[in-house]
Design a protein around this ligand. Structure first.
Ligand SMILES: [Fe+2]
Length: 353
């Protein structure tokens, strides 16, 4: 069932504009021309996101959000207004539990992205409360849909990360969090425009700056959804590098939480054994050689060594590892029709999302 987003505004043209903007998306859009009608809808059915104008005849948007807080605590609230002063913003955030603030007139793309981000937050929070593996996993798949080249990526990252967690004899609770963190590590990508995420050309500095925001964006969503610190650490620090050359915090060595160092290895290995828009996949042998060369630079040397040992063991025992159980050679360099691999491969080394 699609998630419902309820827009409340006394201006009819605003309601018809948002209905038009979201038509054809996987969201169900409801509209209400005043707060009373909005409260009726909130009493009647679950609403994922409530977007309310502030200045309306009758009950103001601020009071509607406050009423919605007790009536529908799971609904994520957004305040939308033409008059944004600091007092209103503070009251909306602290008094009415507003999660975002949109200033009118809005930029359409920004509005769509904000609503989508907030819907994702609602899904994370809902699944966390239910401790529902399938919903969290489905959320990871939704993230992958934005980037078709990463299909199955989150599941494979979880599998590789858990191989390492088992070998390191980490406690069961931590392993569960590593699985969730692996699924959600790129959830901040939901905020990156697809024109950047799926670009088959070299990105410019500004575009990389946007990509570098995704760990913090994702960690903030997970933190607000009260995911465990282990999950938040994985999301926030999965692009840190052992030598300090990563982002967003430029942590190095053991200052990077071990769960993030593990997922970074799993993420890197899967990235280099699958095809991306800007380069082809590595075959098994060269993937391992590349992983080996990253020890102590991008990746934790000891845990990478353990992982290489596990991959070798799996291969000797008939399970090749690599591209989601596919036999080595299928869908890899020799079948890659993109060409130009060498040139694009030079982009690898810290700049993969
Ligand atoms: Fe990432």
């Amino acid at each position: 069932m699609p998630d419902t987003v309820l827009f409340v505004d006394d201006e009819e043209n605003v309601l018809s504009a948002v209905t038009r903007v979201f038509s054809g998306t996987d969201l169900r859009i409801l509209t209400a021309s005043d707060a009373a009608r909005a409260l009726d809808i909130l009493r009647r059915e679950p609403v994922a996101v409530l977007v309310a104008d502030n200045l309306m005849p009758g009950m103001k948007g601020m009071d509607l959000l406050k009423a919605a807080r007790s009536l529908s605590p799971d609904t994520v609230k957004i305040m939308m207004t033409a008059f944004a002063d600091l007092t209103t913003v503070m009251e909306a955030v602290t008094g009415a539990d507003a999660f975002r603030f949109i200033v009118k007139p809005w930029d359409t793309q920004e509005l769509v992205e904000t609503v989508r981000e907030v819907v994702e937050r609602h899904r994370v929070e809902r699944s966390r409360r239910r401790e529902d593996d399938s919903v969290l996993h489905a959320l990871a798949e939704t993230i992958e849909l934005k980037d078709p080249y990463t299909r199955g990526h989150c599941e494979r990252v979880a599998r590789y990360a858990l191989m390492m967690a088992d070998a390191l004899r980490l406690p069961e609770g931590m392993k569960k969090d590593i699985r969730y963190g692996s699924w959600l590590h790129d959830c901040g990508k939901i905020g990156i425009p697809e024109s950047i995420l799926n670009a088959s050309r070299k990105l410019d500095a500004d575009e990389f700056a946007v990509i570098r925001l995704h760990p913090d964006w994702g960690a903030e969503v997970a933190r607000k959804a009260r995911m465990s610190p282990t999950v938040v650490n994985i999301i926030r620090y999965h692009h840190e590098q052992f030598d300090g050359g990563g982002y967003p915090s430029r942590f190095s060595g053991r200052d990077i939480p071990v769960e993030a160092r593990i997922v970074a290895i799993a993420d890197t290995y899967d990235a280099i054994t699958t095809e991306r828009p800007y380069r082809c996949a590595h075959a098994q042998e060269s993937a391992r050689a590349l992983l080996r060369s990253l020890r102590g630079k991008r990746l934790d040397p000891e845990i990478t060594e353990i992982f290489l040992g596990l991959l070798a063991y799996r291969e000797e025992n008939g399970s090749a590892g690599g591209n989601d159980g596919e036999p080595p050679g299928r869908g890899w360099n020799e079948s890659c029709a993109r060409g130009n691999c060498e040139e694009r491969e030079s982009m690898f080394g810290g700049e993969e999302a």
